[in-house]
Design a protein around this ligand. Structure first.
Ligand code: SF4
Length: 472
């Protein structure tokens, strides 16, 4: 692990307040989830069904995307394709410029975080305002989300109260949660009414009907997608499902796994711009479909399961590492176990290969994943790709390979098929074991924080000999 990455993790481990806040929220989410999924038989049945739906959709991704585009276009929704985040940003900017818009109000969207949209638009003179309460807190604090469902979970009530008092000085200082939410609501209401463009993410895209589904709890997503005259939705290409009937089981799994809710407060289905006989709704709806490495992931049958993710966050809430270091230490848009497998595949192992080490491989993430993504298996595959020699589909494969380590393993592999050499090396290491133990204790990060196992005085061969057991 490089010093830089290690530094971020070490820094995260010193942030006692962030750790306490993270643990507090994560534990609450876990308890709610457990209560909501207490019927094991029902959970397993629903899980099998959700896994089958997502696997089927991802396997048919190219066909479903074509069908989706046809249906959306028939419905009057304009579809834009972006291979990279740069292209996606450019598309959003062009739409904004076509409407002379200098302000966009945003609902929660992890894809817009992936695009770095706020910074991009700001650099082009366009103001972005987050309207999801957690995202607004993060924006005011000038930070990144630390969780995909609860972006500001690393902040406690007092910190948020101070932040709001700084940005909304007209509001008296309060730590009352309802009053804090009310002041944000008051601030946002006028912004919704005057924004020329609203931008949201998408949870599911239904190919057979050309429908965009948006799951949320605050109503801000509905405001963003229905009040401004132009609505732009941004989504990764993998969010497509084939049938409308695929949505209810996925929705049940999403809300239960994410927050333990049996139903979401708002479920929006957007199938067209405002029709002539309708009183509200946007006059234009655009969908920006972002690839950014997803097609490459699709092309690898073993890694393809990564695209099944419905972004519930349950893997984060159950990850012992996430719980201790929090989301920011990962230095990625999506943290936690799903980020550990998604970010290196999207952005390259040369950038995020070390992330694959941020896992104990305990398997908790796989256990709780509502769509059965084999995260530990994919982590192992990525670890291998990070250090292997031959090229593969993932950018940056082999970038973590260390020459000395590779030579040592080569010698080891060679000695394993040459018994005489193997025995000699074995005996030499055995004879020098106390010296090697002392050296390891000094140089190894592993033994620096763990006691080195005590070596026995006699070797196995010597003990067998003493016991008069034949050593074959
Ligand atoms: S990998 Fe599974 S548990 Fe993690 S966010 Fe995605 S769907 Fe949820």
């Amino acid at each position: 692990m490089t010093t830089e990455f290690r530094k971020h993790i070490q820094h995260a481990l010193t942030q006692r307040e962030v750790q306490a806040n993270t643990k507090n929220v994560v534990n609450r989410l876990r308890n709610h989830r457990r209560a909501a999924l207490s019927d094991q038989a029902d959970w397993q049945r629903l899980r099998r069904q959700s896994t089958a739906i997502r696997t089927h959709a991802v396997d048919k991704l190219p066909q479903l995307l074509e069908l989706l585009e046809d249906k959306l276009t028939q419905n009057g929704i304009r579809v834009h394709w972006a291979e990279t985040t740069e292209q996606a940003n450019q598309i959003v900017l062009t739409i904004m410029q076509q409407h002379n818009a200098s302000f966009v109000i945003k609902g929660k969207s992890m894809v817009s975080e992936e695009m770095g949209l706020n910074h991009y638009l700001k650099a082009h003179g366009i103001e972005c305002l987050e309207s999801d309460l957690g995202e607004l807190i993060i924006q005011l604090a000038n930070e990144q989300p630390s969780h995909i469902i609860v972006p500001a979970l690393h902040k406690n009530r007092k910190q948020i109260a101070r932040l709001f008092h700084t940005y909304f000085p007209a509001t008296p200082y309060t730590e009352d949660i309802n009053a804090l939410a009310q002041s944000a609501r008051h601030f946002l209401r006028h912004k919704f009414a005057t924004a020329p463009v609203g931008l949201t993410g998408v949870n599911f895209m239904v190919a057979e009907t050309g429908t965009l589904c948006l799951v949320e709890n605050e109503g801000n997503g509905r405001m963003c997608s229905s009040v401004p005259p132009v609505h732009i939705a941004v989504s990764g290409i993998e969010k497509v499902v084939e049938h409308l009937s695929d949505v209810p089981p996925l929705l049940r799994m999403l809300t239960r796994s994410a927050t333990g809710q049996s139903i979401t407060t708002y479920f929006n289905m957007i199938s067209s711009p405002r029709k002539p006989d309708e009183k509200d709704g946007p006059l234009e709806v655009h969908l920006v479909l972002l690839d950014n490495g997803r097609s490459r992931i699709y092309n690898d049958l073993e890694l393809r399961d990564t695209l099944n993710c419905i972004r519930c966050g349950a893997c984060m809430n159950h990850c012992p590492i996430y719980k201790h270091i929090g989301g920011h230490a990962y230095q990625t848009v999506i943290p936690g176990p799903i980020g550990t497998i998604l970010e290196p595949q999207k952005s390259g192992l040369n950038l995020y290969g070390e992330l694959t080490q941020v896992s104990t491989l305990c398997g908790a993430c796989r256990e709780v994943c509502p769509v059965s993504i084999p995260i530990p298996k994919i982590i192992n595959r990525l670890r291998w790709e990070y250090i292997r020699q031959s090229a593969c589909n993932i950018p940056g494969a082999g970038s973590g390979k260390k020459k000395t380590e590779a030579i040592v393993w080569k010698i080891w592999a060679w000695s394993c098929v040459h018994p005489v050499v193997y025995n000699r090396i074995g005996r030499t290491i055995t004879n020098m074991r106390s010296l090697i133990g002392r050296i390891l204790k000094k140089i190894s990060a592993w033994t620096a924080v763990r006691s080195t196992p005590k070596l026995t005085k006699t070797t196995l061969h010597e003990r067998l000999k003493a016991l008069k057991i034949e050593d074959k």
